[in-house]
Structures are given as C-alpha cells and as structure tokens.
Design a protein around this ligand. Structure first.
Ligand SMILES: Cc1cc2nc3c(=O)[nH]c(=O)nc-3n(C[C@H](O)[C@H](O)[C@H](O)COP(=O)(O)O)c2cc1C
Length: 471
C-alpha cells in the first residue's frame, strides 16, 4: 500500500523561483539545492511539498499531468535525497484537521514506511515521552530520529491507550470519535518512527527482549542521545544563546561568609623538584576508605586545596571571566565550587566550608548541624559502609549557569566530565601527599542545597570525594 500520509517540507525550508531562467531554489538553513530549467510538473510537485497538502500518490499524479509527463523514477530519486537530508515531514490528517506530524531531526535519515497489521497488538516504547514545546505537545524518543507533533487531543488520547498492548480494532472500539483509517495511519506513523513496537507472542516488545536495550534506563539513554550529536536537531556547542540577554556569572564566586580561615601555601617550585615522581604517583594511586588515628591537619588540607583547586590566573574577556587552574575545564569556564565538609581536621573545627580558589581561604558556612552530619553519614555508607566517615568530605557543586550561558545541549555532559577530571586531580595530589583518597559516585543534592540554603537550580552538588590521613 502507498504511504497514506501528507508529505511536506519542514517549516524552515523555503522555495525561491525565478521565472526568467525557469529556476527553482530549495533552501534549508544548512543547504541549498538549485534546479535549472525545471520541468513544470516537477516544479508543481515540489511546490506541493512546500504547501504540504499532498500524499505520495497525489504527488505522482501531478507528475503525470499534461503532454510531457515527468519520469516517476527520477522524482523518487529527488524524494529520497530530500528524505536523506531530513527535509520531509509526514502528517496524519483527520477531517481536514492535522492530527500529528512526524519531523525528522537531523540528516542521514530514511523514512522507511512500516504498516501495522490490524490483528496484532502494539505497545508504546518505554523510551517515548511527550512534553510541551512552544505551546505544542511533542512526542520524542531516544530510539527515534523523528519527533512527532501531537496536534490534537485525538493523537494524545491514542498515545495514552498505547501504554498497554492494543490492537487496531481495540483502539477503534475505545475511541469511536476517530475514524478507523486514521487510527491505522497514526499507528503506522508511530511504528515507522519507533515510538511503538509490535507485541511479541510472549507479551513483550522487542526492546524488552534486547539485552542491550534492557540495560539502558530511560534517563540515561535520553541524556546520552541529547548531549551527543546525531539524534536531535537542537543547537549544539558554544552558541552563547544568552549573550546580551543575561549577564554571565562572575568567574570567581564572591565570599560566602565573613568568617574566614586563611590557608598556608605550599612552595610549588620546591615541590616541582622534590615531589614523588609522576609515575610513582600514578602507579601507587588507590582508593582508601580507612583513616589513620592522627587526622589530617590544616596545613595538609591547605596544601591539598592549593595543589588541586586554586586559581592561577583570571582573564576578563568580552564573553565573561575565565581562569587558569591546575586541572582542565571546557572553555576555561570552571563552574565547579569546592565545599570541604570537615569532620576531623587538626586546626579546623568541624563544619561546612566554602573554598575560595582565588584567595586560598575557607569561608565557614555552618557547624556540624544535623543536615551536615547526615551528609557525612551518607558518604560513609556510599564508601562501602566504611567504619568511619571521611575526615574531610570534599563536596563539588556546580554553578550550572556558567556553562549553560555558553553551551547548548552539552552543558550538563561537560559538567560531569569536569567532575571526573577533578576527581583524578584530587586522587593524584592526595597520593603524592600520602593521604587517603576515595571518589564517591552518589550523593544527595537536595540535602546539600538545604544545608547551605542554596537554590537547587543555581548551584547544586554534583560530586563528593573522601579525604583523610592514611592508616
Ligand atoms: C567516578 C567514581 C565513582 C566512585 N564511586 C565510589 C563510591 O561511591 N564508593 C566507593 O567506595 N568507591 C567509589 N569509587 C572508587 C572505585 O571503587 C575505585 O576507583 C575502583 O574500585 C578501583 O580501585 P582503585 O581506585 O583503588 O584503583 C569511585 C571511583 C570513581 C572514579
């Protein structure tokens, strides 16, 4: 059966005609195709794609009009090219009202039409989700290269039913307000775009039997596909979308309290010649979860923070303040803040502190409150239920907007990469200093923001690291 959908160009594609040379230009934001001395039937078919009011068989009829017919096979090659460029949308229409439109995201794409079998049950993928974008409901899935605009309540109602396996006939019975052919078209559109799958005889859909897909959680796969290129059409990379609209955050966070503890500075040039050789540090590095009886002291904590987190230099640019530190960071942006939570440290009383990387000092934020104690106990449990909590828990928080002001699609992905980079820097410095390091893979960001009275969306914890004297 021929595809029943209306086929149209994406809204961002425009046509420019010049009658003198009988020329037609198709222009997308990324590409331009020029047809010289274009056949009138081909021009009409392409214009119809721009208007979006024809099915495939209607387009073929246009090509066959008049004396001089346009070769259908040649048109198919163009259609395939447009499809490959990700230019073609497919719509289901009911009673002349658009019900759903499938829009490809990105190029290198083929709309391989699959028709449902009326007797078989179909079910929605657990990866499919709908959300509101610019006043429209959109159905998306990290399994699909296509997004579907849900343009009427009817399409949303059908999606709702498909949470459980349904045959075409069962759906038609439950929603008689939608014509049976429309239900069939809509189901075929969902099948073609990988939003639904056929339910297998054992009652599962293919993604539930595929061992690789089974191990992807919804949020992990969505985050992966949305923060990498290939399966979405969102702007990507350093786009500076807030330039001129919102001021970027300062490169260095202003002091968080007046209760300041100045830290000593190690002699870096001396360390550069006397320190443990690099290969020994790399080879000796281990995660240690037990601590010595004599705790870490203020001088050691100061040296550790100086060698891992201090600012060496700041630089004002037209696009905000950047800095240079020991560890690398995308764009020199450095969104991570260090909050040492001191349990036992000679010379520094227990409590929560913020490290100022420019002045190399701690700002005291609170004592060992109940929330601070809970954070410490969580860390102990996360470190394999260790007998004692870390002597110092270094909590990493991110001023997320520093990254999001510049980067699009990749901001959170970058942030997590930075946490990894900084973890390794802390591991290496702690090993060189003969201290006990251990990275943590989980923490409670709500509890952290509560402990500090921070706004979760402005600054939130993204990593934790246990530190102490070696046993
Ligand atoms: C990102 C990351 C998260 C980790 N999370 C934890 C954790 O939650 N609890 C823990 O005890 N160790 C954690 N570790 C330490 C690993 O268990 C440890 O690196 C691994 O077992 C290899 O041992 P090694 O570090 O001694 O070479 C983590 C390490 C990394 C890099």
């Amino acid at each position: 059966m021929s595809q029943p959908f209306l086929i149209s160009f994406k809204p961002e594609i425009s046509l420019q005609e010049s009658s003198e040379e009988n020329q037609l230009v198709i222009q997308s934001p990324e590409r331009k195709l020029t047809f010289k001395k274009i056949h009138p039937n081909l021009k009409n078919a392409i214009s119809s794609l721009a208007e979006g009011n024809s099915t495939l068989s209607q387009l073929l009829d246009i090509l066959q009009q008049g004396e001089e017919k346009y070769p259908i096979l040649k048109f198919y090659t163009y259609l395939q090219k447009f499809s490959h460029l990700g230019w073609l949308c497919h719509s289901v229409v009911e009673s002349q009202q658009p019900m759903a439109m499938a829009i490809p995201m990105g190029g290198n794409f083929q709309f391989s039409y699959q028709e449902i079998t009326p007797e078989l049950p179909y079910s929605l993928s657990r990866f499919a989700y709908s959300h509101q974008v610019g006043g429209k409901m959109v159905l998306e899935s990290p399994l699909s290269q296509t997004k579907i605009l849900l343009l009427s309540w009817k399409s949303s109602a059908l999606i709702n039913l498909l949470a459980k396996p349904q045959t075409w006939g069962e759906i038609v019975q439950q929603i008689p307000a939608i014509a049976p052919e429309t239900v069939q078209q809509f189901l075929s559109l969902l099948l073609t775009t990988k939003m639904v799958s056929e339910v297998l005889p054992e009652g599962k859909i293919q993604e539930e039997t595929n061992m690789n897909l089974m191990q992807w959680e919804f949020h992990d796969l969505l985050f992966h596909t949305r923060s990498r290129q290939g399966r979405h059409d969102a702007p990507y990379g350093g786009t500076y979308r807030f330039l001129g609209k919102i001021d970027p955050l300062p490169g260095v966070k202003p002091p968080m309290s007046e209760e300041v503890i100045k830290l000593e500075q190690p002699d870096i040039s001396n360390l550069a010649t006397t320190d443990v050789p690099f290969t020994q540090v790399l080879e000796r590095r281990k995660s240690l979860r037990e601590y010595g009886e004599t705790p870490i002291n203020k001088q050691q904590l100061g040296e550790f923070l100086y060698r891992t987190g201090r600012i060496k230099k700041t630089r004002q640019t037209e696009r905000g303040e950047l800095s240079e530190r020991v560890y690398p960071s995308g764009g020199g942006i450095y969104e991570l803040e260090l909050y040492p939570l001191v349990h036992l440290c000679e010379g520094i009383s227990a409590g929560l502190y913020h490290y100022c990387p420019q002045k190399h000092q701690l700002c005291r934020l609170s004592g060992a409150t109940a929330t601070v104690t809970t954070l410490l106990n969580h860390a102990r449990i996360t470190m394999g239920n260790a007998s004692n909590p870390p002597q110092v828990l270094i909590i990493l928080a991110a001023r997320f907007q520093r990254l999001a002001w510049k980067y699009q699609s990749i901001a959170y992905g970058l942030l997590l990469k930075h946490v990894g980079v900084f973890y390794q820097t802390m591991y290496l410095v702690a090993t060189a200093m003969d201290l006990a390091p251990c990275a943590l893979g989980a923490g409670d960001s709500d509890l952290f923001t509560q402990a500090l009275g921070l706004d979760y969306y402005t600054e939130t914890s993204v990593g934790e690291f246990g530190l102490g004297s070696k046993k």
